[in-house]
Design a protein around this ligand. Structure first.
Ligand SMILES: [Zn+2]
Length: 427
């Protein structure tokens, strides 16, 4: 894979420099000195710490306690007040002492010859290191740690659950959520079959060689029985999302209505007069009237979460489409064939038939649209537009697809799980 392709995935290593320090809610250092937890900062065979030669300096790691004061700490180590004052002033515009948080570690570098403090080293977040120098000159230095993004592949066969399988391989949980984004419209991750398998190509960030969580999921493949689903991430600036092997968006649009050739008999409203209850009550759905027995169709792919009866709803079906959207269909005369909780349903599939069960005055379906657990007016919702790709874009997409698909196909899901590392910059 070439660098040009890489930038399309938006690998921008330094962008992730987090504001962790600003978000840290731990108390700042304000009171007396109570540091504990002294430990060696370096393992036995270590010769060097940053630019210091460990033959010449000693290291001490302190866990900063609430109320620790850096000034007190330094003066207790014999640093003269004027130097402390100079350091505080040098730090004020770069990394003020008050930004140092309790609960974090501070490394004290001392001269082995006379025990004098040479420097303090503090890491406000995984990406930066602050050096408070007291050696020759008094100054404060901010070091950005070396950050790298690698593309890795992983895969597995599911024995118990996707969670268990991924956990067994030490794959970060963020990957499950990413898989839902990539495949959630095609695969029901809550009801997977034993023997299903998955393959993933994703970015993982490393800071000075240490893994720091995942970046983007670049490609995913899921096999269930004889069905195979591929999802490839593509971002051309205009298109950003997951696409199938033919370049069709993985995310599907919703049908405008759950019944063909119907008319809206009542709209969504937060307050309307209920014809049966004879009082004002919100109507959190849209009624589509059609002759009893008319098929009701799923407005999008998804999983049936309920197919049951209540006195108000009558026979109703509820579906989950992705992390955000659910739909519900009330007053059915009966359910469609095979419709029960757990059934995966395709867009347009008949899930039931128009009826007037429950609190209903005539043959209609009350269609309810849920967004993040709240009922909203689907006619006013800005739906996620499926970004169909123009034919002119396809050749470029296919190039990326081929490379990602080859990586996915190279993952062995039967062998003992291994995380394979691929250096994209070498090919
Ligand atoms: Zn209704």
């Amino acid at each position: 894979m070439t660098k040009t392709h890489l930038t399309r995935y938006g690998i921008s290593v330094l962008l992730i420099l987090s504001t962790a320090a600003a978000l840290n809610v731990a108390k700042s250092i304000t009171g007396g000195l109570k540091s504990q937890g002294v430990e060696k900062a370096c393992e036995d065979n270590c010769q060097q710490y940053l630019h210091w030669d460990l033959g010449l300096v000693g290291l001490e790691k302190l866990l900063i306690q609430p109320n620790d004061m850096l000034g007190n700490l330094l003066s207790s180590r014999g640093v003269e007040y004027f130097k402390i004052d100079q350091l505080i002033r040098a730090a004020s515009s770069i990394f003020p002492f008050r930004s140092i948080r309790a609960g974090k570690e501070l490394t004290i570098v001392t001269d082995l010859a006379d025990s004098s403090v040479q420097a303090l080293v503090y890491e406000p977040d995984p990406y930066r290191r602050i050096l408070f120098h007291l050696e020759d000159s008094i100054r404060v230095e901010v070091q950005q740690k070396e950050t790298e993004t690698k593309v890795e592949t992983a895969g597995g066969t599911i024995d118990q659950s996707l969670w268990v399988s991924m956990d067994e391989q030490d794959l970060p949980y963020e990957l499950i959520s990413a898989m839902e984004d990539a495949l959630g419209w095609s695969v029901d991750f809550y009801h997977i079959q034993k023997g299903d398998s998955y393959k993933l190509v994703y970015e993982r960030k490393y800071v000075e060689g240490k893994p720091m969580g995942i970046g983007k999921l670049i490609g995913a493949e899921y096999t269930s029985g004889t069905s195979e689903y591929y999802s490839i991430r593509y971002n051309s600036g205009k298109h950003d999302g997951y696409f199938d092997l033919e370049g069709r968006p993985m995310k599907k649009a919703f049908l405008k209505s759950p019944v063909e050739y119907s008319r809206i008999s009542s709209r969504f409203s937060n307050n309307r007069f209920h014809p049966i209850l004879k009082r004002n009550k919100g109507h959190f759905g849209t009624d589509y009237a059609a002759p009893c027995g008319t098929p009701i169709r799923a407005v999008a792919d998804g999983r049936i979460t309920a197919a049951s009866y209540t006195s108000g709803n009558g026979n109703f079906v509820k579906m989950k489409h992705d992390k955000t959207y659910e739909t519900q269909y009330l007053h059915m005369s009966k359910f469609g064939p095979g419709i029960r909780p757990g059934t995966m349903v395709k867009q347009g599939q008949t899930i039931g038939y128009i009826g007037q069960t429950g609190l209903a005055t005539g043959c209609h379906v009350c269609f309810r649209f849920w967004k993040n657990g709240k009922q909203v007016d689907h006619l006013k919702e800005k739906m996620p537009p499926p970004q169909a790709m123009e034919p002119s874009q396809l050749p470029e997409y296919f190039k990326i697809r081929n490379e990602v698909k080859a990586m996915l196909d190279g993952v062995d899901v039967k062998k003992a799980p291994v995380v394979k590392e691929i250096d994209l910059f070498q090919s």
